[in-house]
Design a protein around this ligand. Structure first.
Ligand SMILES: *[C@@H]1O[C@H](CO)[C@@H](O)[C@H](O)[C@H]1NC(C)=O
Ligand SMILES: *[C@@H]1O[C@H](CO)[C@@H](O)[C@H](O)[C@H]1NC(C)=O
Length: 241
C-alpha cells in the first residue's frame, strides 16, 4: 500500500562524469523518485532483506539527507516537489488523483520546470521519464504543457509493469511519449524501459558539444504495487481512503 515514498536526490557524481557539463554554475540535475519504497527498504538504511548495491554506492559517494521528509502518497508528494508548496495550498492534500478525476495540479503554479527554463541564466532542458500523477483530464495539465520538453511514461496511479495497462475502472494502456499513446513497449518491464530511456538521453547529452544543462526527473513506477485484485481494490478505495 501507499505508506511512504522516499525521494532520492542524487547529485550524480558518477553519472555526471560521462556528461559534459553546461555552464559551470549550472549543474545538470537527475532526480530519481522511487514510488512507495519504505524507509528501511534500502541497503544504506540497513535493509537486511532487499539489496540495493547501486543506490548504496550513490549514497556512499554522495550526500544523504536523513531529515528530508516527503508526503506519504503520489499526488501530494509530486505536487510538493514541483511547486515547492505544501499540497494543502492546491487542495491536493487528501489523496491521490484517481483515474478520470477532473482536476490536476493548479495551472497557476509556477513549477520547478518553469523556474529552470525561465529563471536560470541558461535555460534547462527538462525531461520527465516515468510517472506523472498530477492530472491529465485536460491536456494543459499534462507534463509537456507544464514546461517539460519531453515526457515518456504514464499519467495515472498504477498499472501492470509489463503490459502498461490499468485493469480496473479505467482499463487500457496508460503509456505515452509526449501526449501520444505508445504500445511498442508491451512485455517490457517498466524499470528497464525507464532506465534505458534515461541512459539514451544521458548519452545524447554526452555526445553534444554545445548544450543547455538538463533536468531529468526519473520517476520510476517501482516499487509501487501493480494492478490490484478486487478485494484489495475495495479496501484501497473505501477502507484505506
Ligand atoms: C518520442 O517521440 C519523439 C518525437 O516523435 C521521438 O523523437 C522519440 O524518439 C520518441 N521517444 C521514444 C523513447 O520513443
Ligand atoms: C535495456 O537495455 C539493455 C541493455 O542494452 C537491453 O538488454 C534490454 O533489452 C533493454 N530493455 C528494455 C526494456 O529496453
Amino acid at each position: 500500500m501507499n505508506l511512504w515514498e522516499l525521494l532520492l536526490l542524487l547529485l550524480l557524481n558518477n553519472l555526471l562524469s560521462i556528461v559534459t557539463l553546461g555552464a559551470p554554475e549550472q549543474l545538470n540535475i537527475l532526480f530519481i523518485l522511487t514510488d512507495d519504497i519504505g524507509w528501511s527498504d534500502i541497503g544504506f538504511h540497513r535493509s537486511t532483506v532487499i539489496e540495493t548495491p547501486h543506490l548504496d554506492e550513490l549514497a556512499r559517494t554522495g550526500l544523504t539527507l536523513n531529515n528530508y521528509y516527503v508526503q506519504p502518497v503520489c499526488t501530494p508528494t509530486r505536487s510538493a516537489f514541483l511547486s515547492g508548496k505544501y499540497p494543502i495550498r492546491q487542495g491536493l492534500q487528501h489523496h491521490v488523483i484517481l483515474p478520470g478525476a477532473p482536476y490536476g495540479l493548479d495551472l497557476k503554479e509556477y513549477l520547478l520546470t518553469e523556474y529552470l527554463k525561465k529563471d536560470a541564466p541558461t535555460p534547462y532542458e527538462t525531461h520527465l521519464i516515468g510517472k506523472w500523477h498530477l492530472g491529465y483530464f485536460d491536456i494543459r495539465y499534462t507534463p509537456t504543457y507544464r514546461y517539460f520538453d519531453s515526457f515518456y511514461g504514464f499519467y495515472m496511479d498504477m498499472q501492470d509493469y509489463y503490459t502498461h495497462e490499468r485493469h480496473h475502472y479505467y482499463k487500457g494502456i496508460d503509456f505515452r511519449n509526449g501526449t501520444l499513446p505508445v504500445t511498442s513497449f508491451k512485455k517490457q518491464y517498466s524499470t528497464f524501459v525507464y532506465g534505458n530511456a534515461t541512459k539514451r538521453l544521458l548519452r545524447s547529452y554526452a555526445r553534444k558539444s554545445q548544450q543547455n544543462p538538463f533536468f531529468i526527473f526519473l520517476a520510476y513506477q517501482a516499487v509501487h504495487m501493480p494492478n490490484q485484485v478486487r478485494i484489495l481494490n475495495f479496501y484501497y478505495y473505501y477502507y484505506y481512503y
